[in-house]
Write a protein that binds this ligand. Structure first.
Ligand SMILES: *Cc1c(COP(=O)(O)O)cnc(C)c1O
Length: 397
């Protein structure tokens, strides 16, 4: 018999969510997360993964993963600082630094762990962090863990950032100031105004921290948003994930040698959680090789993104202000958005609805993530289904 208090808490809260229709039922994929997925025996065009370049089930990646497993085994056996640093981890970090044009890089077990570890390694309760109001949940948690004062600024508004940073500086209350932002915002597909941010950072001596989870492999011919703007030498922390365009799992921080040396002795997930599996490290190295050898997958991703955007726009949908392949289809009303997504799935397109509180009230949307692995035929089929469902639900004429 478990605790009565817990039982009561769980029952009440689960019942509440279910009665409001807010309990998320998780769909299970019968096979790889490729451009076509199978759920409950049914094939669906997949517009919901972060597998931008289609690398998650690429044959070359599978081979690299198996080869690394043959040499190093399935587990690293310890945390990095005891004896869980295998040659393949160091090789991955060298390649990541090259890829990001920084002196050094450190690999973590996930992008989430990067933010949980890196922020609190340098910021503390005597400091303040200026954080974009739409930053990812892992950034919000990472800021909290640091104990620093968090000051939210309006989304991508560099004037608001300047005002708030200036007030923080002039208050005399804080030692260090940091500005943190996503590189690419995953809900709208818009991109941080990095030149504007760097200007403010230079005026007010802000530490700069860009989490480019959705930008790596996508922006800057693959090297990311910071490279896209040619500002690699101006950004202190470049965070990336190995789970989106790279197609595997893990995360990294790229920066100066001193920063990486410090994170290797202070970042808690690095010190207290077992390192990446050899298989993951090996596959990530192969992904970097594929991405630097040719921009073919990157180019196909953008081509497919532009094709889908043009098609949806022509049908009369509101696709927002995306500057990347991420393609929101803004429906508005929350219930209608959920119904829209449900009908798409019934007709053969897997695209999930995203509603309040993840996005502002009244801006419910179905978010589409085209990838390099989609064919034009798949996208045409998806557009035909969008047209059918859009007309049926009176979203388009
Ligand atoms: C997805 C994402 C993460 C988390 O990355 P994982 O590797 O999946 O843990 C962190 N930050 C941002 C901005 C993201 O979009």
């Amino acid at each position: 018999m478990g605790s009565k208090a817990l039982e009561k808490f769980l029952k009440e809260n689960l019942d509440d969510l279910k009665s409001k229709g807010l309990y998320n039922e998780i769909n299970v994929l019968q096979g790889a997360n490729g451009p076509i997925i199978k759920i409950k025996g049914k094939d669906l065009i997949n517009l919901s993964s972060n597998n931008y370049l289609g690398l998650a089930s690429d044959e070359r990646m599978k081979r690299a993963s198996i080869e690394a497993t043959e040499v190093y085994g399935v587990g690293a056996g310890a945390v990095r600082t005891i004896n869980g640093t295998l040659e393949i981890h160091n090789e991955l970090e060298r390649k990541l630094a090259e890829f990001k044009h920084t002196e050094a890089a450190i690999a973590f077990q996930s992008g989430f762990n990067c933010n949980a570890g890196a922020i609190q390694a340098v910021m503390n309760k005597k400091d303040a962090i200026l954080s974009d109001e739409l930053n990812h949940a892992s950034i919000i948690d990472g800021c909290r863990l640091s104990g620093a004062k968090v000051i939210r600024y309006n989304h991508n508004d560099m004037n608001d950032l300047r005002e708030k940073a200036k007030a923080a500086r002039e208050s005399g209350l804080y030692n260090k100031l940091m500005v943190i932002s996503d590189g690419v915002f995953s809900m709208d597909g818009d991109v941080v105004d990095l030149p504007g941010m760097v200007k403010v950072a230079e005026e007010l001596d802000l530490i700069t921290y860009i989490d480019d989870a959705h930008g790596s492999g996508v922006m800057g011919k693959g090297a990311g948003t910071v490279k896209h703007f040619g500002l690699s030498h101006k950004i202190d922390f470049q965070i990336g994930t190995l789970s989106k365009a790279i197609g595997v799992v893990g995360g990294y921080v790229a920066g100066s040698q001193d920063l990486i040396d410090w994170l290797k002795v202070r970042a808690r997930p690095f010190l207290f959680s077992t390192s990446l599996t050899p298989s993951a490290a090996g596959a990530c190295i192969e992904a970097l090789r594929i991405m630097t050898e040719s921009t073919e997958l990157h180019d196909r991703l953008w081509d497919n993104g532009n094709y889908l955007k043009a098609g949806l726009k022509k049908l009369g949908f509101n696709i927002g202000k995306s500057e990347t392949p991420i393609t929101p289809c803004i429906i508005g009303d929350e219930k209608l958005t959920q119904e829209f997504s449900k009908r798409l799935i019934e007709e053969g397109v897997y695209a999930k609805s995203i509603v309040f509180p993840t996005v502002p009230l009244g801006t419910g949307r179905v978010r589409n993530m085209p990838t390099a692995a989609h064919t034009k035929e798949m996208l045409d089929n998806a557009l035909a289904i969008y047209e059918k469902v859009g007309k049926e639900l009176n979203v388009i004429k």
